[in-house]
Design a protein around this ligand. Structure first.
Ligand code: NDP
Ligand code: 8X3
Length: 252
């Protein structure tokens, strides 16, 4: 029987690649994000390519009411979610705290931390009731390291690490797996969002080195999601070969 996966932030990057690979490997999907046009085209693309059943829900993870409406609108088999991939997230701005833009901090903390909690709050009771399920949070190397001008983003991902660990303890009695993936540099829309649409600045991030691609992270998520029931991968830190830390790169 096919399993059901809900992926947040499926319209781009890691979430999109994860949706594609899960659909090709036995999952029917609930894909989510804020851009309705991209959700529609991805639904069509995955359905046509893989034959998986795909539905979408368009919402902002920062808006608790909308998250509630979206999750509570799921009925029948769609309400029985096996796998939640908490992927929606972003970095905005790259300033020291003393020059920080408050709205950037709000966006990062509200999305990466509170949004992840809202979605988890709505979906984990479904898993608790059926005593099975798997939650994979997309964390970051920024949950393991800290770099200057990244206080709010690193703080938000350190929070994801703490939330992941706490949820793993809380959900232990119910046999629910909780994992995280902690990538280094992945070439997606991430830098374009961080630099607020400045394409040249975003491109420079990946100049002279080979970054990870969304597909690399999606492969690992599929691996984690398909381990036998007695195996839970707690966290996977995945770096490009050309990156040794958040501050050490090999550029040629
Ligand atoms: P992208 O910008 O390509 O994708 C981000 C996704 O998140 C989009 O689908 C976007 O969809 C969604 N999203 C953002 N804000 C919201 C929101 N408020 N509500 C709902 N959806 C939202 O970046 P990545 O694929 O790289 O990022 C995915 C995750 O990976 C993030 O959590 C990021 O922190 C993490 N990560 C990324 C790394 C990288 O170098 N790229 C490295 C380590 C971790 P839409 O705009 O349609 O809402
Ligand atoms: C994204 C990786 O190094 O830009 O989470 O923080 S980094």
């Amino acid at each position: 029987m096919r399993k059901i996966a809900l992926i947040t932030g499926a319209t781009s990057g890691i979430g999109k690649a994860t949706s594609q690979i899960l659909a090709s490997n036995g999952f029917d999907l609930i894909i989510t994000g804020r851009r309705a046009d991209l959700l529609k085209s991805l639904t069509e693309e995955i359905t046509n390519k893989t034959g998986a059943e795909v539905i979408s829900r368009c919402f902002d993870v920062r808006d608790l009411k909308k998250v509630e409406e979206a999750i509570n609108s799921l009925t029948g088999k769609w309400a029985d979610i096996d796998l939640l991939v908490n992927n929606a997230g972003l970095a905005v701005g790259i300033e020291p705290v003393h020059e920080g833009v408050i709205d950037d901090w709000e966006r990062m903390i509200d999305t990466n931390v509170k949004g992840l909690l809202y979605v988890s709050r709505l979906i984990s009771p479904i898993m608790v009731a059926r005593k099975s399920g798997h939650i994979i949070n997309i964390s970051s190397v920024a949950a393991h390291e800290i770099y200057p001008n990244g206080a709010a983003y690193c703080g938000s991902k350190h929070a994801v690490k703490a939330i992941t660990k706490a949820m793993r303890m809380e959900l232990l009695p119910f046999g629910i797996k909780v994992s995280s993936v902690s990538p280094g540099m992945v070439e997606t829309e991430f830098s374009l969002v961080r630099f607020k649409g400045d394409q040249e600045r975003a491109d420079n991030v990946y100049k002279g080195l080979t970054p990870l691609y969304a597909q690399d992270i999606a492969d690992s998520i599929l691996f984690m999601a398909t381990r036998p029931p007695h195996v839970n991968i707690e966290d996977l830190v995945i770096m490009p070969t050309d990156q040794a830390s958040t501050r050490d790169y090999r550029r040629r």
